[in-house]
Design a protein around this ligand. Sequence first.
Ligand code: MG
Length: 392
Amino acid sequence: MKITGIKTFVCNAKMRNWIFVRVETDQPGLYGWGEATLEWHTRSVVGAVEDMADLLIGEDPLRIEHLWQMMFRQHFWHGSGIVRSTAISGIDLALWDIAGKHYNTPCHRLWGGSVRDNIRLYCHLGGGDMKQFYETPVSNAARFGELAQAAVEDGYSAFKSMAVPPTKVLEGGKAVAAAVQAVEAMREAVGPDIDIMVDCHARQSPTMGGQFARALDPYGLYFFEEPCWPENIAGLAEIRSSVNTPIATGERLTHIGQFNALFAAGGCDVVQPDITHIGGLSVARKIAALAEVHRIALAPHNPQGPISTAASLEFGFSQPDYVICETVSKDVPWRDEIATHSHVIDPKTRTALPGEKPGLGIELNLDEIAKHPFQQEAPQRVFYDDGSVGDW
Ligand SMILES: [Mg+2]
């Protein structure tokens, strides 16, 4: 079997342009789907896929690790920058989809078979609607409580909130007090048995991240995410050692060496590799092996499109320390019209059951995708009250 073509299909889903990658073969009807979505860098990733296609056309798509090594190591520049690692991921996912279809089995069976019966899903407040999740001011604690209640009414036993505002490198207590009130309102709204997560989006300095982490420690968060820049592993380890709350990070890392350093330094309890950014499922499995040594929980970052979700779930069915999967369902109202998936979601418990279709078990509706062509993503710029630049 030989690879005959690699194509990208861009679908504008409001906050993101989903980039779908199709790897085609010389076997009639046999192709694989991957996803390489990278918000605000859509054209760069599409170009990177195009640049890499030249390496792969004519090669055997079943030699996945060999092709991954080619994509990462040839020519000269290693593929761990975010644009190229995302492009590699899209192709890698499609190669695993081809392998599953070729051997007529879901991907997780290629990796040793299912290690669990179902996977718990968590949602964003507002179901992933950009305005509700990112733009509800932390000072509006009552609204956080309402959205938390709605998530639970929707069947979720766990949800994530952005209950920590952007802060300067050093600030007084006002922002921390607001975060405490927002988390308190959510806890009051849903009771003690629901798992609440707070994502800091790496907006904080280690000092401020630590202040938020310690102030929120009494509320029993399931995990506290990206409390400082991901590059600052010592800062993450310091924050982690000062609280009981599990610390999560990893969605912006793109090389296995970064994960290795993070784990070795005790920088997290929960790792959130993004299967569409780390180099795909081939790398996800290596990171999982590293995490297992440290008994670090896996909870992949997955706010993108339907193929990212299918890949994150196939991965989860094969990984013992996988605890929960991030999902988005209300980013665009037509999400379910562009793809069919093999896994089954129980709407009462918001858990995913494995499907029987081969590969990633997903098929896309190209006519529907064509109705949502590329648009420039809406800017998300953050400036502090003195006009200086903050992190989104
Ligand atoms: Mg995050």
